[in-house]
Every structure is written in structure tokens, then in C-alpha cells.
Write a protein that binds this ligand. Structure first.
Ligand code: SER
Length: 627
């Protein structure tokens, strides 16, 4: 089975069970300042899990593009990738454990044809301090389902210490393993964050795949969560049922299901091979790399995996409008590309690897994501440009490096110099080490690591700062900024023309940020005009309301924000927010949007543009505040 078959089977299965099928949202979260990337299928669903009505109903499914920057360093083993697709289905206060677990079992064993003997599951052990009970209901459901296939599934209580015993197939684990929230275990969750116990499904690739001898688990007994490589998690059913409070946990207004399963890992299970890089999605890129390097995947596995993962991720990120840079999301794209180029050098590929491999991924995914094909020229140009820039950087780094080779010293390159090469020249430390060895030098890696950790601590502090902004934070200020964003969008179109469309939006309780394409720098007069238009609209005290319209109605009534593939199906209803009233002749803006918004523009205060700047590649960025 190809990933396109599995994706189709999954979406059809859940459509047949009454789910509305949504297209994937962007890798760049919209109106969610809490995080740089969409890292799970549930992220775009948070407000609906918290109780906002979803325009498409209470049963939703999709295949969501995800990017997990924190996994960059894990790439190289048989199952970690930074980019992946997560199959997801949600019950928004509708069905619960029985349906979810039964459907999953049916989908995996019947639709994907996986042998139930190779399936293992984990459930939440419960925690009396948190007042969250042990999930006996899920354990009993799994037992019954396995029994229906003639498998007596015994329950393991303490597998993480004792290892798994023969006959055991269902395991209780504590919250470290069987609790899910965007920020992890209960103690890490901020107040207001939703989360819940989960039940995870693992595929057993066979005990001969037990890779203990090469892993840190060498002397530990094997169990499904031990990371030895024999078992691979293929899906996670979260029972999103709680919300963190000042004192502990409360039940949410509704009991939700949040399922997420790795498409690539499911494909690996169907293939019976735990190496996710051997699924069809990577085959054309592997063929191209063999062509370019003359080296084989089997003999250069690590380098291949890094190149494959990183260039697929970079291609998709650029496709969603993130260009390589030194800041925010762009920094990751830069890092992915540069790392891939480094590893391509190891394979002996001197140039043009990004362009060529990027093209294979665009072709591979063109049917599912047609926008990738239509943005092909831009994507490939960015990949090529960044690769060239990096080659240049390497040259400059080399000059600096040579200066460090002081022959009369004790032939040590200091950790601070090595880190400076990384920071100032983008010159990878592995390269410094290699070149040092060639010249009879060593690198003080201890100090290097300390420098690096200092730097990481700083950037972590930066992202925690970001988290504070909070989306699930539907705070009054954020809601005001959200409405102000609609006014700004419309005002820009009136002043600069219809080519202005929202390319990115980021809201915190302190400010709004809005990105849009425009080829030149707008004049000061134009910006002043935009600001006045927004303030006029505010002072007119216009009412804000929404209507549920079909796609056609929304178009006919001139709503903006009908992003090409966001609301794909004709006949579906979308939520359209109106500022002003057509019937009253004072309609100002109409935009497809999930909300929430203020009910009258008079609530906004005074609007002020603080900054207008280019962010490269024909995109402009406005930062504005309400005072
Ligand atoms: N949110 C859960 C996860 O990411 C399930 O969708 O694993």
C-alpha cells in the first residue's frame, strides 16, 4: 500500500462513520502565537476542543501536515522524521471510548490488513494525586476486541520495570507515557490547557528487530515503550476530557476524542519493515540520490535519512510560505537545508542536491497537495538560492577556520571559537571537528557544548515567552486584535488593491502581526490612509456578526479568505464574519473565519500601525497595536 492509499482508506473510513473531512491546515499555525509550527493534528482544533462550535459539526477527520523542529536531532534512526502527516479524527463532545477503540481496531486489522497478533496497546495507569482514575474501560475494550480475533490479551502492570511477559499485550503506564497535552505531562500544563489520558497503539516488527545491543537499553528488558526499535507507535487515542485549573484538573464542558496516527509509520507497518524511509514517499528521492552519488542507501543510511527528511520538510515548509532566514520559522528551514547539504557532501554530491531532491518530493505529493506543484518554481528557486548561499558561507567559514590553526599552540581549537563558527558563519561543528583532525588539531567539545547549551537556554526562554501569549487564551485583548486584523486586511485591500491577501497572522494580547504579498514598499501616505480607514470603521461603531453560508453563497456575497484548499468541498457551510451590515448599507468587511470576534467595532479603541517592513520574497509585514 502506498501512503496515498492509506490516507484514502482512513479518510473514507471516517467519512463513512459520519465525519466531515477537512483538508490539511498550513504548517504555520494561523492566529496561534503559542507555537512556531503545526506539530500535531489537534493544534488547529484546540478552540473546538475547548467548546467553540466547529462549522463542520462534531465529527471531524483529516490528514494534517506536521513539523516537529524538536526532532531534528533524532533524525537518523528508523522512525523519526521532522515532517510527517498525522491522520486525525475528532469527536467534539460526541462519541467516546467505545466507538474510538472499536473503529481503530477495525481500521487497522480490516482496512489496513494488519495482523492483530502484531498489535500492542498501552493505557493510562491513573494517578490518585491528580484524581484521575485508571483507564480500565479502555483496557477492557481492547481485551474484548483481541478476544474477537481469538487472542487472549493479558494485562501487564509494570512493563517499564519488569519488561513484558509472554501473553501480555495491554500495558498500564503512568502519565509520562499515557497522558497527552500540547505541553506534555500534567505538571507541565499551564492553567487553561486541555489534556487527557490516552491509549496508544504499537506495531511489533518482530523480536529479531530488537535492537537492544546497539541502544542505551542494552541491559534493560524490552517493552513496547523501550525505544529499542522493535515496537513502533502507530497511533494515539487521546481522551481530551480535562482542563488544567489553578488547583488541579476539571472536566471540560465536553468529552472529546483526539486521535493522531503517523501516516508514514502506518505505511511502515503495512510494509512489515520498521524503516519509515523505505515507504513509497521516499522512493523517487532515494533513486535520485543513488544517481547523484553512486552510493547506496544501505551503506550510507544515516546520511540518506537526514537528507531525505530535511529536504522533504524544507520543501513543504517553503510551500507554506516559510523562506530560509535567521529568524523564527525561517531559521529552521535554513538549518534543514544546510544540514542536508552537509550530508550530501558526505555522499560526495557537490551541488544542486536541494533542487533535484525537492523536485522529486513535489512530484511525489502533487496529487494530494496540488498547490505544491503550482508553487514549484518558487519552492525550487528558494532551495537553490539557500544552497548557493551556504556554499558561500562554507568558503568564508573556511577562511576563519584556517586562522584558528595556530601552529605553536597546543593544537586545540577552543569551544568558544568552534561555537562562534557555528553562530557567525553557520559552519557546522562536525565540519570543524573533521578539519581539525585532518590538521592534527582537536576541538574542545566540552566548552563547545556548554556554549551551545547556554544559547539553547536563551532560545528556550524565548519560546516560553511566546507560549505566554496563549491562543487558547481567548483573552479579551486577543479577540480584539483578531477583529482588528479583519479591519486591517480589508483596509489594505481598499488602499493597495485585491492582491493583498492574508499570508500569515499572529496575535498576542499585546499586538497583531499581519503578512501579505505586495511587490514594493507602500508609501507613508498609503499606510496613513490604511490606519485612518481602520479607525473610521471603529468609530462608526459597526456591529460584528457571523452567518453560516455555503461556499457559493460566501463567494457571491464577496467574502474574502476563501483560501484555495481550505474549505474544499462545495456545498459545505463555512462561517463568515461580517463587520457592518449589508442591509444597513454600512458593510465593511466579510471574511471566512472561525472566530471569535468582538460584537461591535467600538470595543477596539484606537488602532495604530507601529511598523511596516519587508520580510523578503515579496512579502510585507505589519505590526499594529490597539491603544
Ligand atoms: N494529539 C495527539 C498526538 O499528537 C493525538 O492526535 O499524538
Amino acid at each position: 500500500m502506498k501512503i496515498s492509499d492509506i490516507r484514502k482508506h482512513y479518510l473514507t473510513f471516517f467519512a463513512d462513520h459520519g465525519h466531515a473531512i477537512l483538508p490539511s491546515a498550513s504548517l504555520i499555525p494561523e492566529n496561534d502565537p503559542t507555537t512556531l509550527f503545526t506539530g500535531s493534528g489537534m493544534q488547529p482544533m484546540v478552540s473546538y476542543l475547548l467548546g467553540e462550535p466547529h462549522p463542520r459539526g462534531v465529527r471531524i477527520a483529516d490528514s494534517q501536515k506536521c513539523f516537529r523542529s524538536q526532532d531534528i536531532d533524532e533524525v537518523g534512526d528508523n522512525r523519526h522524521t521532522t515532517f510527517f502527516e498525522m491522520l486525525g479524527n475528532w469527536s467534539l463532545g460526541d462519541y467516546f471510548k467505545t466507538e474510538q477503540i472499536t473503529w481503530m481496531f477495525e481500521f487497522l486489522t480490516t482496512n489496513l490488513g494488519l495482523d492483530p497478533k502484531n498489535l500492542y496497546v498501552t493505557v493510562f495507569r491513573g494517578n490518585s494525586d491528580l484524581n484521575i482514575p485508571r483507564d480500565e474501560e479502555s483496557a477492557a475494550l481492547w481485551q474484548k476486541l483481541f478476544a474477537s480475533k481469538g487472542i487472549e490479551a493479558q494485562i501487564g502492570e509494570n512493563a517499564e520495570q519488569d519488561g513484558m511477559k509472554s501473553g501480555e499485550r495491554i500495558f498500564y503506564y503512568p502519565e509520562k507515557k499515557n497522558w497527552w497535552s500540547r505541553t506534555g505531562v500534567p505538571s507541565n500544563m499551564p492553567v487553561g490547557e486541555p489534556g487527557g489520558p490516552d491509549t496508544e497503539m504499537f506495531y511489533d516488527f518482530g523480536s529479531e528487530r530488537n535492537l537492544h545491543e546497539t541502544s542505551i537499553w542494552m541491559n534493560e528488558p524490552c517493552h513496547v515503550n523501550c525505544d529499542c526499535g522493535r515496537f513502533v507507535e502507530i497511533g494515539n487515542n487521546v481522551f481530551m476530557q480535562y482542563v488544567k485549573t489553578e488547583t488541579g484538573f476539571e472536566e471540560l464542558k465536553q468529552r472529546n476524542v483526539d486521535f493522531g496516527g503517523g501516516l508514514e509509520r502506518m505505511a511502515a507497518a503495512v510494509n512489515g519493515n520498521p524503516d519509515v524511509f523505505l515507504i513509497d514517499a521516499f522512493a523517487p528521492a532515494i533513486a535520485e540520490l543513488i544517481q547523484l552519488s553512486g552510493k547506496q542507501y544501505e551503506t550510507h543510511t544515516h546520511a540518506y535519512r537526514v537528507i531525505l527528511d530535511h529536504l522533504r520538510a524544507a520543501t513543504f515548509l517553503i510551500g507554506d510560505g516559510v523562506y530560509p532566514s535567521n529568524k523564527d520559522q525561517g531559521y529552521f528551514v535554513r538549518r534543514l537545508i544546510r544540514r542536508a547539504v552537509r550530508f550530501a557532501h558526505q555522499l560526495g554530491i557537490a551541488e544542486n542536491v536541494c533542487l533535484k531532491i525537492g523536485a522529486t518530493f513535489i512530484a511525489m505529493y502533487a496529487d494530494t497537495y496540488p498547490y505544491m506543484l503550482s508553487s514549484q518554481d518558487v519552492i525550487l528557486a528558494e532551495l537553490e538560492k539557500e544552497e548557493k548561499k551556504f556554499q558561500q558561507t562554507l568558503k568564508q567559514g573556511m577562511k576563519k577556520f584556517v586562522e584558528l590553526l595556530v601552529p605553536d599552540g597546543n593544537k586545540i581549537i577552543s569551544g568558544i571559537d568552534a561555537f562562534d563558527l557555528v553562530q557567525s558563519y553557520g559552519f557546522p561543528v562536525e565540519l570543524t571537528e573533521e578539519l581539525a583532525t585532518e590538521n592534527g588539531f582537536t576541538v574542545d567539545m566540552e566548552t563547545f557544548k556548554i556554549e551551545k547549551e547556554k544559547h539553547q537556554a536563551l532560545s528556550r526562554a524565548g519560546s516560553e515567552q511566546k507560549f505566554k501569549g496563549g491562543l487558547a487564551d481567548h483573552s479579551d485583548m486577543s479577540v480584539k486584535y483578531h477583529t482588528a486584523t479583519h479591519l486591517l486586511h480589508q483596509a489594505l485591500r481598499q488602499v493597495l488593491g485585491d492582491m493583498v491577501v492574508q499570508k500569515g497572522s499572529n496575535i498576542t494580547p499585546e499586538r497583531l502581526r499581519f503578512d501579505f504579498p505586495y511587490p514594493t514598499r507602500p508609501t507613508d501616505d498609503q499606510m496613513k490612509h490604511v490606519e485612518e480607514l481602520v479607525n473610521d470603521t471603529i468609530s462608526k461603531k459597526l456591529p460584528v456578526h457571523f452567518e453560516m453560508l455555503t461556499l457559493d453563497e460566501a463567494k457571491t456575497r464577496g467574502a474574502i479568505g476563501l483560501f484555495a484548499d481550505k474549505y474544499a468541498e462545495v456545498g459545505d457551510k463555512v462561517k463568515v464574519y461580517f463587520v457592518g451590515d449589508e442591509a444597513m448599507g454600512n458593510s465593511f468587511s466579510k471574511e471566512v473565519c472561525g472566530g471569535p470576534h468582538v460584537s461591535n467595532t467600538s470595543e477596539l479603541g484606537k488602532f495604530q500601525i507601529q511598523k511596516e517592513e519587508s520580510i523578503g520574497s515579496g512579502l510585507r509585514r505589519i505590526k499594529a497595536i490597539l491603544t
